[in-house]
Design a protein around this ligand. Structure first.
Ligand code: A3P
Length: 317
């Protein structure tokens, strides 16, 4: 392979040349490492993480398959942890001045140096990842950090990804691109895919070890936000007090983190991070939006894959 990226080490280039490889819907190279498909530069990030990350027992890792509600989960968790500090008017709240991805770095794609890990909170590190759970297994096996996974309806995730990818590359969201993405989505050869292995890894662990892995669902967060944010707060060990509930702290956090509010902030309208526009992380945020774009045949194809792959796991869509 002709690998030009100068952030990729010679050792990784050698590794890549021995791995199964493919191209994504736009012709960009991906390779399969430990069962998961990565772009070359992401693989370098995964290897850096696997070799160098030092977990702490108090770490919180927010995990997701891309386009499943990562931004929202990050905002909610930041707001939950921040409430211990006094933001009397919320004027100085970090979410007002930075995009949630700027506050909570990705383990594999942001340079997780100790300096920027300390940025959010000195006592507790809030981190995130799109890696499947097994990619973190060796690194985290002696750690009792907490992992929160957010899962979203697979069809809505695909549609969200189609729009996001097109926004990032400034191209039209054409049907042919959607078809090509669907094809790769269903055969697993897509960035961070196969999605079913991603889902199942976190799902199974959340059943085996519910104290350390919480499995959340985007649709439940939309349908019953109060219950779900309380569930998240309890899991993280920062439950809401009766007094907080009485004075409306839960509502305040939900308002602060709403798509409407976050997307109206200057930083999210005009800001950029790693060459991505912050505004592209906010679109409709609706459950079932995929119905507007997928044909019955496309839906059937996804349904069949889900049925086959998730059979017997207890995880349902
Ligand atoms: P849509 O494209 O369906 O609108 P991720 O954060 O994992 O990249 O996922 C992006 C999806 O979450 C997008 O879905 C986006 O609109 C939605 N989203 C972003 N912020 C949100 C928020 N605060 N509340 C609810 N949904 C949000």
């Amino acid at each position: 392979a002709n690998i030009k990226d100068d952030k990729i080490s010679e050792e990784t280039k050698k590794l890549i040349s021995s791995l199964p490889s493919h191209t994504d819907s736009q012709g960009k190279n991906i390779c399969q490492y430990q069962g998961c498909w990565y772009y070359y530069n992401t693989l370098q990030g995964v290897l850096n993480f696997q070799r160098g990350f030092q977990p702490q027992d108090t770490d919180i890792i927010l995990a997701s398959y891309p386009k499943s509600g990562t931004t929202w989960l990050k905002a909610l968790t930041v707001a939950l942890l921040e409430r211990s500090k006094s933001h009397s008017s919320y004027d100085d709240h970090p979410l007002l001045y930075d995009n949630p991805h700027g506050i909570v770095p990705f383990l594999e794609t942001d340079q997780c140096s100790s300096s920027n890990l300390a940025k959010f909170s000195a006592s507790r590190r809030l981190l995130s990842t799109h890696m499947p759970l097994h990619a973190m297994h060796e690194t985290l096996k002696h750690s009792s950090c907490k992992i929160v996974y957010v899962c979203r309806d697979v069809k809505d995730t695909l549609i969200s990804w189609w729009f996001f990818g097109c926004a990032v590359h400034k191209i039209e969201p054409t049907r042919s691109l959607l078809e090509s993405m669907l094809e790769r989505f269903c055969n697993g050869t897509i960035f961070y895919g196969p999605f079913w292995e991603h889902l199942l890894g976190y799902w199974r662990r959340s059943l085996e070890d519910p104290k350390h892995v919480l499995f959340m669902r985007y649709e439940e967060m939309k349908a019953e936000p109060h219950e779900q944010i309380k569930r998240l707060a309890d899991f993280l060990g920062f439950p809401f007090t009766k007094q907080e509930e009485d004075i409306g702290v839960v509502d305040k956090i939900l308002d602060l983190c709403s798509l409407r509010n976050l997307s109206s902030l200057e930083v999210n309208k005009t800001g950029k991070r790693n060459n991505l526009n912050n505004k592209d992380y906010f679109r409709k945020g609706e459950v079932g939006d995929s119905k507007n774009y997928l044909t019955p045949e496309m839906e059937k194809k996804i349904d069949m894959i889900i049925q086959e792959k998730l059979q017997g796991s207890g995880l349902k869509f």
